[in-house]
Design a protein around this ligand. Structure first.
Ligand code: HSE
Length: 289
């Protein structure tokens, strides 16, 4: 039996749409071993089949080596579904890691990332999920190239998870097909600046670097409490407030490891769950039990 532990991820970080993401210390865990039959435990009935993303990733990894096999997997999930915290990436990464280990495929991290990206389509969640930390990615001829950037340890990340889902497809559908050049420059300049702010621990730079004009202006309408929550979070000293991935979770960056305790969500429309996180620097982990 092996245990695979994969982190939640927050993609985009505001202006870095589809190009950057960060791993946080909330985890999905999978207990896996070879099996004569396909057995998936601890998921709803509708996910106990080969269309489960974990199994799709596992099958695809084996198929690349002309292999096909069943598997036993038990899910222990803490990453909420359809909330912009990389739950689907966690399944994909875990499925690829399981196949690689159980069948001695000796795939490199880059090869595993390539397979994950073929399934996900954009690498901003899967790269930090697999590799850990804050990761920027470039797609060149369909292949993801990545660069990890250190994040100053003083920065703390608070995820604010509402009691409603936003599907990524829905959040992508509300975005325009084209954007103005000045909006592209607005976000591009901030995305570059944000990388240095997080790396250098530069709080003033972070405050002017987290806003976005590519996706957030359209997506915030899917989160009715967005404006009120942002006011509450900034009033209490956050250095940045943004939508995590495609939402519905929002993310605050601060210097306070108990930042969530300062935030009052009682007057908001949704029920919000706040979790204070650190960056998970190690990436996906596999342990032989
Ligand atoms: N970059 C993606 C998006 C992340 O914002 O749509 C969600 O998978």
């Amino acid at each position: 039996m092996i245990k695979i532990k994969v982190p939640a991820t927050s993609a985009n970080l505001g202006p870095g749409f589809d190009t950057m993401g960060i791993a946080l210390d909330i985890f999905n865990t999978f207990y896996v071993e070879k099996s004569e039959q396909l057995i998936i435990e601890n998921v709803e009935e509708e996910f106990k089949n080969r269309n489960n993303l974990f199994v799709i990733a596992y099958d695809k990894t084996l198929a690349a080596k002309n292999l096909k096999a069943n598997i036993y997997v038990k899910f222990e999930t803490c990453i909420p579904l359809s909330r912009g915290l990389g739950s689907s990436s966690s399944l994909v990464v875990a499925g690829v890691l399981a196949a690689n280990y159980l069948y001695d495929l000796a795939l490199t991290k880059q090869e595993m990332l390539n397979i994950c990206n073929e399934i996900e389509g954009h690498p901003d969640n899967i790269a930090p999920c697999l590799l850990g930390g804050f990761v920027t990615t470039v797609l060149e001829n369909g292949l993801p190239h990545y660069k990890k950037i250190e994040v100053d340890k003083k920065f703390k990340f608070t995820v604010m998870i509402p009691d409603f889902e936003v599907k990524t497809s829905e959040a992508r559908a509300v975005m325009p097909k084209q954007i103005a050049v000045e909006d592209a420059v607005y976000s591009l300049s901030r995305a570059i600046s944000l990388c240095f702010a997080l790396q250098d621990g530069d709080e003033e730079r972070l405050k002017i670097s987290y806003d976005d004009k590519i996706h957030e202006p359209y997506r915030r309408k899917l989160i009715p409490d967005y404006e009120a929550l942002k006011i509450e979070v900034i009033k209490n000293g956050a250095l940045a407030f943004l939508i995590s991935g495609s939402g519905s979770t929002c993310l605050a960056i601060s210097r306070d490891e108990n930042f969530s305790e300062k935030i009052n969500t009682k007057s908001l429309k949704a029920k919000w769950t706040l979790i204070d996180c650190n960056v998970h620097r190690a990436g996906a982990e596999l342990e032989y039990l």
